[in-house]
Design a protein around this ligand. Structure first.
Ligand code: RFL
Ligand code: PHB
Length: 394
C-alpha cells in the first residue's frame, strides 16, 4: 500500500480537475489528480464547443491561451430560426462581447500538456476511488492504480471534479445537501461529420418535428444535433435519415440555403437533465463542475460553468491552505451557486423555448417567445447577455 501526502486530492481529470490542479500549481499548492478513465479516452471525448469570452480571458491569464487565441473562432452571435424565418442575433452589438468556438477536446489537450510540463502527479485508470473522513482535518482518498496496487492520498482538502457519475456527489449527499432536479422528456442525437459547416455561426432551429442545432468544430468538421425521443435507439437511425431530418428542421431549400452532407465520424444519443447540488461543499470536500450541477446543452453552459467554479475554488483553496485564510473557501458554495443558478435558468429557458413537447399551446408560446427575442432589442440583449456569459466571479 502506497501512501501519498498532498494538499488537495482532485478526483477527475476533466476540464474542472485539470484546470484546478493548474491553478493550484501556479500558486505553490500541491495536488494529485485521480482519473477513472485512460488518458486517450479522456482526450478523445467529444463534448462542448462554445467558450464564453470571460472564460477565454481567464484561460489566457493563467497561461493556457496560446493555442486557443490562435485557433479558436470568434462568433459574434447565433442564428435563431423557425420555419420560414432565420434571424441573426449579434451579441457583440447587443452586449459588447461574443463567444469562442473551441472544442472541449482541444481544451482538454491544452490542459493536459500544461500539467505534463509541471510534472503533475496524475493517476489515470484508477479503480474503486473512495472518499474518507471528509469532516476530519485530514481527509483521504483511496483507489487502485492502473496496475491494481492500492494507493492512499492523505490530503488537506478533496476536490470532487468527477462529473455527473462520479463518487464525490454521493459522498457529499450522504452527509448533507439537497439535489434540485429537472428531467426533460427528450434527448439529443448528435453527429460529428467530415464536412464544411453550412453556416458561419451556430443555428438554433425550432421546428414542429423537433429542435435542431448546427454547430461546428473547424472549417472542415461540422457538429449537428437533433431532438429525439428519450428512448431513441441510435441504430434505428441511418446516417441518411439523420441528414434528412436535419435538412428539414434546419430549413434546407428555403431561399437559397442548403445543408452540405458528409461522412459521419461519430454519433451518440445524449440524455438531458438538469440538477444542482447545494451546498457545493461539506467539510473538506468541495464539488466543482458537472459533479455539482448539470445543465441541458441548449445554452452551451456546461463547460463554462465548470471553468467558472474552478476559477473560484482555486484561489479559495490557495488562500486557505497556503495563507491560512478560510474566507473564500467558506464563501465558495454561495458564490458559485449564484452563477450556477443563473446558467441553470438560462439553459432551462433556451431548452423550453426551442424543444417540441407535443402541445400546441406550448408551441404557440414558443413561437411568440422566438418572435419577441428576435424583434425586440431588449429581449435579444437578455439572451445575448446570458449566452455570451457573465464576468467570472459574478
Ligand atoms: P467531466 O468532463 O465529465 O470530467 C469528469 C471526470 O471525472 C472522471 N470520473 C472519475 N474519476 C475518478 N473516479 C471516478 N469514480 C470517476 N468518475 C468519473 C470522468 O472520467 C471524467 O474524466 O466534468 P467537468 O470537468 O466538470 O467538465 C464539465 C464538462 O465536461 C461538461 O459540462 C460538458 O461537456 C457538458 N456537455 C456539453 N456541454 C456543452 O456546453 N455543450 C455540449 O455540446 C456538451 N456535450 C456534454 C456533452 C457532456 C457529455 N457527458 C458528460 C455525457 C456531451 C456529453 C456526452
Ligand atoms: C457544440 O458545438 O457541441 C454545441 C454548441 C452549442 C450548444 C451545444 C453544443 O448549445
Amino acid at each position: 500500500m502506497q501512501t501519498i501526502e498532498t494538499d488537495v486530492a482532485i478526483i477527475g481529470a476533466g476540464p474542472a480537475g485539470l484546470l484546478l490542479s493548474h491553478l493550484l500549481g501556479r500558486e505553490g499548492v500541491h495536488s494529485v489528480v485521480v482519473e477513472r478513465r485512460s488518458r486517450a479516452y479522456v482526450e478523445s471525448r467529444i463534448r462542448a464547443g462554445i467558450l464564453e469570452s470571460a472564460v477565454v480571458d481567464l484561460l489566457d491569464e493563467v497561461g493556457l491561451g496560446a493555442r486557443l487565441r490562435d485557433e479558436a473562432f470568434l462568433h459574434k452571435g447565433i442564428y435563431l430560426q423557425w420555419p420560414g424565418e432565420r434571424h441573426h442575433l449579434d451579441f457583440v452589438e447587443l452586449v459588447g462581447r461574443g463567444v469562442f468556438l473551441y472544442g472541449q477536446s482541444e481544451l482538454q489537450l491544452d490542459l493536459a500538456r500544461a500539467r505534463d510540463e509541471q510534472g503533475q502527479a496524475l493517476y489515470y485508470e484508477a479503480a474503486d476511488v473512495t472518499l474518507h473522513d471528509l469532516d476530519a482535518e485530514a481527509p483521504s482518498v483511496t483507489f487502485l492504480d492502473a496496475g491494481g496496487e492500492p494507493v492512499t492520498l492523505r490530503a488537506r482538502a478533496v476536490a470532487g471534479c468527477d462529473g455527473k457519475h462520479g463518487p464525490s456527489r454521493q459522498a457529499l449527499l450522504a452527509a448533507a445537501g439537497t439535489t434540485y432536479r429537472r428531467d426533460y422528456p427528450f434527448a439529443w442525437l448528435g453527429i460529428l461529420a467530415q464536412v464544411a459547416p453550412s453556416t458561419d455561426e451556430l443555428i438554433y432551429a425550432w421546428h414542429p418535428d423537433g429542435f435542431a442545432l448546427h454547430s461546428m468544430r473547424s472549417p472542415t468538421v461540422s457538429r449537428l444535433y437533433l431532438q429525439v425521443d428519450l428512448d431513441t435507439d441510435l441504430e434505428a437511425w441511418s446516417d441518411e435519415q439523420i441528414w434528412d431530418a436535419l435538412a428539414v428542421r434546419l430549413g434546407a431549400g428555403q431561399g437559397d440555403w442548403s445543408l452540405e452532407r458528409g461522412p459521419v465520424l461519430d454519433r451518440a444519443v445524449l440524455p438531458f437533465a438538469s440538477f444542482v447540488v447545494a451546498p457545493m461543499r461539506h467539510g473538506r470536500l468541495f464539488l466543482a463542475g458537472d459533479a455539482a450541477h448539470t445543465v441541458p446543452p441548449t445554452g452551451a453552459k456546461g463547460l463554462n460553468l465548470a471553468v467558472a467554479d474552478v476559477a473560484l475554488l482555486g484561489p479559495a483553496l490557495v488562500a486557505w491552505l497556503r495563507d491560512g485564510d478560510r474566507g473564500l473557501a467558506d464563501a465558495y458554495s454561495d458564490t458559485a451557486l449564484r452563477r450556477v443558478w443563473r446558467s441553470t435558468h438560462f439553459s432551462w429557458w433556451m431548452t423550453t423555448m426551442l424543444h417540441r413537447v407535443g402541445d400546441d399551446f406550448d408551441a404557440q408560446l414558443q413561437r411568440t417567445q422566438l418572435a419577441m427575442t428576435t424583434s425586440s432589442p431588449a429581449h435579444a440583449a437578455a439572451l445575448a447577455e446570458s449566452y455570451a456569459g457573465l464576468p467570472i466571479g459574478f
